[in-house]
Design a binder for this molecule. Structure first.
Ligand code: SF4
Length: 155
């Protein structure tokens, strides 16, 4: 399961396949991370620094985070994609197709000038999250997403 949580200038990613339930997040920032609650992550309950430190202490890599750098990410169902925008300017996207086997995620692109900011990962997680919530299998044609989904990979 892949989930993307956002708060002001922070995005937190969770990959449940990597979580081995050390509970470091729950003890480190219990108001934010609570497995008894749904959704189990509520970034509005904590301060940025405390959340960042707690996520950084996750021993499995299941929790990761990045700054948003003022870039917004939205799911655009009509155009079968997630899209990244810097104000009015579109600076990236992640495209998928609906197939009988599930959602084929075909490409992820971010303007070169915006590289290294975690935008591709946010775009990919936005589509992965939507696919999973709708019970759709994911077919990772996009090499970036395929790499993201490999058990030992992270980017
Ligand atoms: S700290 Fe990481 S590995 Fe431990 S419970 Fe939280 S998400 Fe899972």
């Amino acid at each position: 399961m892949h989930r993307l949580y956002e708060k002001e200038d922070l995005s937190v990613f969770w990959d449940s396949d990597k979580c081995f339930h050390s509970r470091k997040c729950v003890t480190g920032c219990p108001e934010v991370f609570d497995f008894q609650r749904s959704p189990w992550v509520d970034l509005s309950r904590g301060e940025m620094v405390a959340i960042w430190q707690t996520v950084s202490a996750c021993p499995s890599g299941a929790l990761t985070c990045c700054y948003n750098h003022g870039i917004s990410i939205a799911f655009d169902e009509a155009r079968r994609r997630s899209v990244a925008q810097d104000g009015e300017k579109e600076i990236g996207y992640c495209l998928y197709r609906e197939t009988p086997q599930g959602w084929s995620i075909d490409s992820t692109r971010v303007d070169a000038a915006y590289g290294g900011k975690g935008i591709a990962k946010r775009l990919a997680y936005k589509v992965l999250e939507e696919a999973e919530k709708r019970g759709q299998a994911v077919i990772p044609v996009c090499s970036y997403v395929a790499k993201l989904l490999r058990p030992s990979e992270e980017s």
